[in-house]
Design a protein around this ligand. Structure first.
Ligand code: SF4
Length: 239
């Protein structure tokens, strides 16, 4: 039996990227291999997984961790009509075995920090949508690997999970108030042949000045379709 520590299972709408508004089940994994400045995912012990049975109520039941793929699949199926099952975190790729064993009856939508290419290889035939981060240097502190190592791992990850007839892959770049536009451009050029689109996502309550985001978008549009899309679920007060 395959199991994993989960933080929560709930049904809501996708609040980021080109699938904005799509109704999804979310499985949020505990644990991550990075430590981004803006991270809002709790760390530490996770004895229980919170399950919101009725979407939007904020009322949870608790399920003991680790949760089996059988139970996670059953919970995911219980919400009815959804576009896909979003695997989020934390870092879902830490649990590649779990992802492979899921049987939720809907396409899998992976939200990943794209730094674990070997794990990506294990799940690449299972995921239909990839929301892949390309972390910028300015948001990473307290990580053992150098930025150059993480950058190479990210490029390798995008190559493994590249867009295809079976998979839609986009690159999400979270922008804090200060960033190096040249480095962002170089990062996008390194993955542009593997993706359908770039999404620039300003950090909630620490966004760059509008003219800087628009200037970056203009430059990236020479390379690949690029959209500026904030986190809309926070505006709506949704999870
Ligand atoms: S990759 Fe995601 S979960 Fe991991 S530290 Fe960064 S924001 Fe948090």
């Amino acid at each position: 039996m395959v199991s994993a520590p989960l933080l929560e299972v709930f049904c809501s709408v996708q609040g980021e990227g080109p699938f904005l508004g799509a109704r999804q089940v979310f499985i949020r994994f505990a644990g991550c291999n990075l430590a981004c400045d803006y991270c809002d995912t709790p760390t530490g012990e996770t004895p229980h997984c919170k399950v919101e049975r009725t979407p939007g109520t904020g009322e949870f039941t608790l399920v003991a961790n680790p949760v089996s793929t059988e139970l996670a699949s059953e919970l995911a199926r219980s919400y009815g009509k959804v576009h896909s099952l979003a695997l989020t975190g934390g870092e879902p790729l830490l649990y590649a075995e779990f992802i492979k064993a899921l049987d939720a009856g809907v396409p899998l939508y992976l939200e990943s920090n794209m730094t674990l290419p070997e794990k990506a290889r294990e799940v690449k035939r299972r995921v239909a949508f990839v929301s892949g981060d390309f972390k910028i240097r300015e948001v990473l502190h307290g990580v053992r690997k150098s930025y150059e190592e993480l950058r190479e791992a990210t490029i390798a990850c995008f190559k493994v999970l590249k867009s295809s007839r079976e998979r839609y892959t986009f690159c999400k770049i979270v922008l804090p108030s200060r960033f190096d536009a040249e480095e962002v451009l170089a990062n996008v050029e390194a993955v542009m042949e593997y993706i359908n689109m770039v999404v620039l996502q300003p950090v909630w309550q620490d966004a760059p000045p509008p003219e800087e985001i628009l200037s970056l978008q203009e430059r990236l549009l020479d390379v690949v379709e690029t959209r500026i899309i904030p986190q809309t679920h926070k505006i709506l007060g949704m999870r």
